[in-house]
Design a protein around this ligand. Sequence first.
Ligand code: ADP
Length: 503
Amino acid sequence: MLDRPSGIPEAPLLDERALARALSGWHFIGGRFVPARSGKTFAVHNPATGEEIGRAADGDAADVDAAVENAAAAQREWAKMPARKRGALVAKCGALLSAHAEELARLIALETGKALRTECRVEANVVADIFEFYGGLGSELKGESVPFAPNVLTVTVREPLGVVGAIIPWNVPMLLMALKIAPALVAGNTVVVKSAEEAPLAVLRVCELMNRVLPAGCFNILSGYGPECGAPLVQHPKVRKVTFTGSVEVGRTVYQTAAAKIIPVTLELGGKSPMLVFADCDFEKTVMGAITSMRFTRQGQSCTAASRIFVERPLFERFVDALAAKVDAMVMGDPLDEKTDIGTIISPTQFEKVKGFIEEGRATKGASARVCSRLPEDPALKKGLFIQPHIFTGLPPESRLVREEIFGPVTTVFPFDDAASALAAANDSEYGLAASIWTNNLRVGLDLAHRLEAGLVQINQNLVVQANISYGGVKNSGLGKEASLEAMLEHFTHKKTIMVNYA
Ligand code: ADP
């Protein structure tokens, strides 16, 4: 039976403010809520109002050490459990998370400012699905037999790596955490997660829920700042694998530390994803596709956001007009209001950064912006971090808005004359995470799909992360795959060869 601090109920709690307060000030280590050893906490804010909604334990190297030691001790027993049984427990976690989906969705809306209806419910449901998916893959941890020599039985077996350190960002924290911990656990590893400082509460609740099912110490979570808590996690000698989602800059540091320890890493570092629209596309579907591709309902805070849209010239004006009209009709407001399509930017720092890009775009000669939707008028939201979606045209290819990841509701649209020039422009980026092509000519679509530099290319759709579909980029977008069987086998196990000479 879990020892739960007062105010944290066993049943789902749909009062997100009460839940945020109750979850304040804790890490979760070794099957228990524990405060930071230093006693320090930091504030968690609702970005729609600026109010403090709770506090997070401010983790440092001492907390990291406690969590990793607990995870290392638990890993020995966890790895001995039959893989299918581990999978069954992870699937059971999925069912429990599913039962708490509405609660988790409300809490994530409160702490991230993402709209409940369009974003947070989707995230909570996909999270449950990821655990259910990986829960069924225990028996896929297979090895091979190798035809080495007669009378020498040679086989390979998949073994877990040990303790996995997982560092996650704030944009879809529960989902990105699930992509890491579900395969890690099923493969027999134990995990220590470092949550993002902006969104530590919903993932803490996920950890507590899962600890009702998993043996103590298998899944530990720490909140804290990157240099003080994330860096010691990567450096810890007993962490044998690091999986990271975040910026290229921090990803490089993580990779360097891992290189010094000679441990494997998975890095998911963002993107500047192109969308290629041909004149023969299904117009209405493609305009709606641009809205989902650009993740306007997530304020563009997505690594796969279609932040560069290339449209065949005859369709260009009509497409920009139709896209602007559709985005204009979207409702910006209180994330917890069912009417709201678009919520807020996560933090004042991100808010200023996105505003800076917009100002730079507006000051660029020849560029113009369609500014869509309306800022909320509710006085309760006057300190909210709302930014109107901007659709830029006329930007030069060297503009920072075209080259850098903005992580805000800002997309750039360009005309093109032929498939070859569209392909060249699309590939002219340091990133290579995702891309989409919209055409009814499959010959053109498939040809481009093979030539686009991206980890995932979709034709006539642009779905978000899906269980069983490998997700992960090339170039500066990172290393390794997530969300699939391949992700579990290649990134959370190593292959050992065993030879038996029975001659
Ligand atoms: P973002 O811009 O999305 O916040 P970051 O790369 O800054 O991206 O942060 C992603 C995650 O990496 C967060 O959990 C953050 O605390 C963590 N982080 C930041 N700096 C470091 C670091 N030096 N070492 C390890 N983790 C870090």
